[in-house]
Design a protein around this ligand. Sequence first.
Ligand SMILES: C[S@@+](CC[C@H](N)C(=O)[O-])C[C@H]1O[C@@H](n2cnc3c(N)ncnc32)[C@H](O)[C@@H]1O
Length: 272
Amino acid sequence: MQMPDGLPAEIDLSRPSAARVYDYFLGGAHNFEIDRQLAEQIAAMTPNLPATMRAGREFLRRAVRALLDAGIDQFLDIGSGIPTVGNVHEVAQAANPKARVVYVDIDPVAVAHSRELLSGNDLTGVIHADLRDPERILAEARRLDLLDFDRPLGILLAGVVHFVPDADRPADIMATLRAAAAPGSHLVVSHSTFEDQPQEMLDAQRLSARTATEISLRSRAEITGFFGDWTILEPGVVHMELWRPESPSEVAENPERFGAFGGVARNDQPVG
Ligand SMILES: C[S@@+](CC[C@H](N)C(=O)[O-])C[C@H]1O[C@@H](n2cnc3c(N)ncnc32)[C@H](O)[C@@H]1O
């Protein structure tokens, strides 16, 4: 297959990639015919999925704007995917051209596309790493020298912690990340849940447990626990659409239909 101009050779265009399928659902430009074909098949089987992904990205965008309003100007976005439509650095740098963003993803395709997309943007960086190794993420982020861990940081974990099963101790991972963040830092989490979900959805989830990308659905209480002792901001840990919608008309009658909770918390420990 012909390599489009500027794409690094390690990007495999002969097979569909989950990252590019996701990009297609978001309306991004970093996907190819082979990805679009798979995306259409997936959308036919799970009609709610593209809308769920878009709702997830919308939640992230609203949360990033809230962090910018709170004065946060540096972000660590873990499980970032391909930073395309409505991505964090665009939202952040539109409000504050000096905002810095470090993207982290486990998927080599997402990382390669991210590097290509962000080349020339000196205030962004990309790390290929696994959320299950938070010490490595923090060490690599420090090595990039883009983020100042002595100042308030925005840690973003949108749609990614549910990929970490209980056996990999997600609460400990979250505690490690929180411990690295200075007072005034904010944590954004969105996470799939079984709460308020119809039986069909839970049955489909049981089937997905047989695949490599099993998702651990968690309760609102478990997801709330990921914020530790940080102060959870209004309106709390809620169905994503209900988190500070920009207009009431944005919220449908059944905001639980995306099956994911979102929340934002702040580190209110005294400086010192
Ligand atoms: C549903 S997408 C979310 C993308 C983006 N955060 C958003 O909200 O639009 C989940 C992303 O998490 C990444 N991911 C899954 N498990 C991961 C892990 N253990 N460490 C880092 N990234 C992971 C996937 O590769 C994918 O890009």
